[in-house]
Each structure stands twice: as C-alpha cells, then as structure tokens.
Design a binder for this molecule. Sequence first.
Ligand code: ADP
Length: 190
Amino acid sequence: MLNLVLFGPPGAGKGTQSNLLIDRYDLVHLSTGDILRGEIAAGTVLGLEAKTLMDSGDLVPDAVVIGMISSKLDNNSKANGFIFDGFPRTTAQAEALDDLLNEKGTSISAMLSLIVADEELIRRLLARGESSGRADDQNKSIIANRINEYNNKTAPLKDYYSTQNKLSEIKGNGAVEDIASKLNNVIDAL
Ligand code: ADP
C-alpha cells in the first residue's frame, strides 16, 4: 500500500495537490477538515460540537478525529492506499494512526511536507475565504490562530516522521503543476 501524509500549514495547498495525487496513484483521499465540514453540513451532533472550534481556528479533540479516521479506514478496506490530508495534526493523532495502520498490516510510506511562507498563506486563505465562505478563512486573527496551532501542535510532527526517515520537504510556492511534479518525483523514488 502507498500511504502518504500530505503535510503543511493551512493554505499550503494540501487539498489541491491531494486531488492530483489520488488520480495519479489511485488513492483514497481522507481529509479530516472535509469530513468535519460534511458533519456540519449534515447537522450531526459531532458537527455541532466541532463547528465552534473550527470557526475560531482551534483544533477539534484528538478522540473525535481519530474515531473518524478509524471508521474511514474500515470502510475502505480494499483501497490501494490513502492520502491523509490535515491528519495527523498532533503527536497523539500520529501515534494513533500508526496503531490503526499497524492493525491492518500496513504503515505510513512517507510524509510530504509543503513549505510556504506565512505571508503567502495569509494571502491565499483570505482569497479563498471570498469564494468558499468558510468562517475560518474570513479574518486575519482566526487565520493567525490556525497558523499558531500549526506551529505549536502540528509542525513538531516533522520530527516524528523524520526520525523514521519518512520526511520529504517540498517548496509549496509556484505553479500547481510544478509542485505536483516535485511530489511525484519523491513518491516515484519511494
Ligand atoms: P486548513 O488545513 O486549511 O486549516 P482543514 O480543512 O484541514 O483546513 O481544517 C479546518 C479545521 O478543521 C481546523 O482548523 C480544525 O479546527 C479542524 N480539523 C481538521 N483536521 C483536524 C485534526 N486532524 N485535528 C484536529 N482538528 C482538525
């Protein structure tokens, strides 16, 4: 199986690149942000609980997202592999993911980390906010909180995967196709 963690701060382009990678490598895309927004749209209890946290740019509790990923893995038992987008975001999530994959006799193949400067992230997210209507893309202080959450809780995961020799860092600025081809090169060399 090819199991990829697509990593990077909010606005790094994980969703865009995931869509290209799922086609090229025939993978299942698991975005915890998308799954949570689906729960909100469906008006579930889980969605209601997550909404306040998401709208202010805080992380949703580990147990919630780990449970969601666990059931998605069970529901896609025939998959060639997965792209994890926006997950794991904490060390507890990374450890739980390793355990879940281990139970299924597989593991993470690589973490692909997109590097983008903060000013560019803020510019992209505010631009996306105009079309997406996402509450968390609307103002600079919420965006700053998301970037803060990323720096404090999520960025340390680079060390987690780097000690396993699984980390590749890729510049996430420039043309979408150029970034995609850099990702493809790393994956093809695995
Ligand atoms: P972005 O990467 O642009 O911030 P996402 O769609 O990945 O967007 O996430 C939006 C929000 O959903 C996050 O700010 C957080 O509140 C919540 N969320 C998504 N994934 C996770 C996760 N793995 N752990 C905790 N919260 C999460």
